[in-house]
Design a protein around this ligand. Structure first.
Ligand code: NDP
Length: 327
C-alpha cells in the first residue's frame, strides 16, 4: 500500500481531497509503473483539486499533472526498472491518475528519460510550468527575438520565473511584469533587468499601436494584458502565449498583426511529440542555471496540497512548488 492524494465528489457535487492509502491494483492501466519521487503544483492542479474540478473526468481521482521518478516495472522495451523518467502533459492528472501518489502507472509514450544533468527533484522544480516556459523561448527563437527587452508577464509565477531565468541566462534583457512589487528582488535575482508593474500594462488604451518596446514576449496572463502587449511589440516580434491567469477573453484588434507584422504563437505543452519534449528537456538541462532554479523552489508534501491548490488559483504562489511525495 502507498500514499496518494485522492479527490472525491459527493452526491451534491462537493469535492474533497485527502491523503489515503491505495494499492498498485487501484492504479489505472498503463505499461510502465513509476515509483514517483516528486511532483509539482501547477495552475491546472489547482483546478483539479479545487471545488470546480472542471478538468477531472472521473472520481475518485489522483491529480498531479507532472512527476519524476524511477521505473519500477515496465511492459515496454524502451524502459526498464531503475530508469529515471519525467512526465508532463497527455492529460495525466486530469483524465488519468497523476503524480500526487507514491506510484503512478502510465503509457510509455507519455514518458521522457530524465536528461543528463538533471535529478528528479530538479526536473520537478522545472515541471510543467518550466517545460512550457522552455517551449515558449524555443518558439520565440524560431521566429527571431528582436533588439528590445523580452517581456515576461506573470513573472513571479511558475512559467514566468523559469522563462525569466532562461532568457536572462541566454543573454537577453528581461522586463518582468508582476502585480506583486515585493517579488522585485526575487525577479532580479533570476536575471530580470527591469520590473514592470502589472497596472502599467493592464490599463486599457484606445490606441491599437504604441511605441515599439519589446523584442519578444512570454505571456502567462492573457486577457487585457496580452491585448495591450500586442500593440507594444517591435516590428516583426513575437509573443508566445502560454496561459490565461488574467482571463481568456482577448480584447485586441488586428492592427498589430497588419501594421507591425507581430506574431502570436500559441504554446501547448500537453500534446507535444516525443522528439520535441526530449529537445526541450535537453535545452532545460543546458540553459537553465540550477542555482536560479533552486531559488524558485518552495517544498511541499502531499498533505499540503489542498491549501496550495487554492493558493495557485488566487495567483499567490511564488516560483515553483515541488512536492516530495515520500515526505
Ligand atoms: P502561476 O499561478 O504560478 O503564475 C501565474 C501568474 O500570473 C501569477 O503568479 C501572477 O504573477 C499572474 N497573475 C495571476 N492572476 C493575474 C491576473 N488576474 N492578472 C494579471 N496577472 C495575474 O501559474 P503558472 O505560471 O503555472 O501558469 C500560468 C498560466 O499558464 C496558467 O494560465 C496556466 O494554466 C498556463 N499554463 C499553460 C500551459 C500550456 O501548455 N499552454 C502549461 C502550463 C501552464 P505576478 O504575481 O507576478 O503578477
Amino acid at each position: 500500500m502507498f500514499n496518494a492524494l485522492i479527490v472525491n465528489k459527493d452526491d451534491e457535487g462537493k469535492t474533497s481531497a485527502a491523503v489515503e492509502q491505495i494499492g498498485v491494483d487501484d492504479l489505472p492501466h498503463g505499461d510502465v509503473t513509476v515509483a514517483v519521487e516528486y511532483s509539482t503544483v501547477n495552475y491546472k492542479d489547482g483546478l483539479c483539486i479545487g471545488p470546480g474540478g472542471g478538468l477531472v473526468r472521473n472520481y475518485p481521482h489522483v491529480p498531479g499533472i507532472d512527476f519524476a521518478g524511477t521505473v519500477e516495472a515496465s511492459d515496454d522495451d524502451r524502459y526498464k526498472p531503475g530508469d529515471k523518467v519525467v512526465l508532463t502533459g497527455w492529460r495525466v492528472g486530469e483524465a488519468h491518475w497523476g503524480g500526487y501518489a507514491q506510484k503512478a502507472r502510465v503509457r510509455a509514450d507519455w514518458l521522457v528519460p530524465l536528461p543528463k544533468g538533471l535529478d528528479t527533484r530538479q526536473a520537478m522544480a522545472v515541471g510543467t510550468a518550466g517545460f512550457t516556459a522552455m517551449l515558449a523561448v524555443m518558439a520565440l527563437e524560431d521566429h527571431g527575438i528582436k533588439k528590445g527587452p523580452v517581456l515576461v508577464t506573470g513573472a513571479a509565477g511558475g512559467v514566468g520565473s523559469v522563462a525569466t531565468a532562461i532568457l536572462a541566462n541566454l543573454g537577453h534583457q528581461v522586463a518582468a511584469v508582476t502585480g506583486r512589487p515585493e517579488t522585485a528582488d526575487y525577479l532580479k535575482s533570476l536575471g530580470a533587468s527591469q520590473i514592470v508593474a502589472r497596472e502599467e500594462i493592464n490599463e486599457t488604451t484606445k490606441r491599437p499601436l504604441e511605441g515599439e518596446t519589446w523584442g519578444g514576449c512570454v505571456d502567462a496572463v492573457g486577457g487585457a494584458m496580452l491585448a495591450r502587449v500586442l500593440g507594444q511589440m517591435e516590428y516583426g516580434a513575437s509573443v508566445a502565449a502560454v496561459g490565461l491567469a488574467g482571463g481568456a477573453a482577448l480584447p485586441a484588434t488586428v492592427i498589430p498583426f497588419l501594421l507591425r507584422g507581430v506574431n502570436l504563437l500559441g504554446i501547448d505543452s500537453v500534446l507535444q511529440p516525443y522528439q520535441n519534449r526530449l529537445r526541450a528537456w535537453e535545452r532545460i538541462a543546458s540553459d537553465l542555471p540550477m542555482d536560479k532554479l533552486e531559488a524558485m523552489v518552495q517544498p511541499a508534501t502531499l498533505g499540503d496540497l489542498p491549501g496550495l491548490g487554492a493558493d495557485i488559483l488566487k495567483g499567490q504562489v511564488k516560483g515553483r512548488v515541488v512536492v516530495d511525495v515520500n515526505a
